[in-house]
Design a protein around this ligand. Structure first.
Ligand code: ZN
Length: 234
């Protein structure tokens, strides 16, 4: 069993920091996370027990991530940081698909052809028209009934699938709104979210730059806002 304190001592050494004492414990957080505090030369850490399963490499990677943040130092990429990032990414993907099952119901039989719009057509058209989407491995897409929720689009990173609320499959919904929402979700397929110990970056700068290339971006956002809907959930 990997030792959390030992991992933080190793992390401090790797970052060229000495003279620190470490007190590290596992803690029952609601989600996979870890926090670190510095008081004088004492470093206090609480980390989800879930990290233990990753083994020593992941724990040292976690330590480097938190130490880098706390001391405001850049952590060079190495085997520990990549083990940690991969572990965290996988854990998030698992969590995501669980919460998706709760949100969208169990079966995932994707139906792209709605009563007004065929989502596959929308995807093909977008990929054809916008160079920013051209290299993209085309995700599967389907309509989804999701009573109550305000979100209208979701990209499931684990399954490489896009779900669009069938609220948008109506005559009164302008086509550019539907198209924008699909565009946004396609960009999620292009820009995987980045993870670190404390948060996910879902809409990176690169994402937002690409998103501006949709000509009716602002109109679509305004329409969604007026109808109290969200383009995405994250
Ligand atoms: Zn989004």
């Amino acid at each position: 069993m990997a030792d959390l304190e030992e991992a933080f001592y190793s992390g401090l050494v790797l970052m060229g920091l000495s003279d620190y004492r470490v007190r590290a414990n596992y803690h029952d957080f609601a989600s996979l996370k870890a926090v670190m505090q510095r008081t004088g030369n004492l470093v206090t850490v609480k980390a989800s027990r879930g990290f233990e399963a990753g083994g020593r490499e992941v724990l040292v990677g976690l330590a480097l991530d938190l130490i880098g943040r706390s001391f405001r130092r850049r952590v060079p990429e190495n085997a520990y940081t990549s083990a940690f990032q991969e572990f965290f990414r996988n854990a998030q993907a698992v969590k995501l698909s669980h919460s998706l099952k709760r949100r969208f119901g169990r079966q995932r039989r994707l139906q792209a052809n709605g009563s007004h719009h065929d989502l596959n057509d929308v995807v093909l058209r977008l990929i054809h028209e916008y160079p920013v989407l051209q290299e993209l491995p085309v995700p599967k897409i389907g309509w989804n009934a999701q009573g109550g929720a305000r979100l209208v689009g979701f990209y499931d990173e684990a399954a490489h699938e896009i779900l669009i609320s069938n609220r948008l499959d109506q005559k009164r919904v302008p086509f550019y709104v539907l198209e924008y929402v699909v565009f946004h979700e396609l960009l999620h397929a292009k820009h995987p979210s980045k993870h670190n110990a404390t948060r996910r970056t879902v809409h990176s700068m690169a994402f937002k730059t690409d998103e501006q290339k949709y000509p009716f971006y602002q109109d679509a956002m305004d329409w969604l806002k007026r109808h109290d809907l969200n383009a995405h959930w994250d």
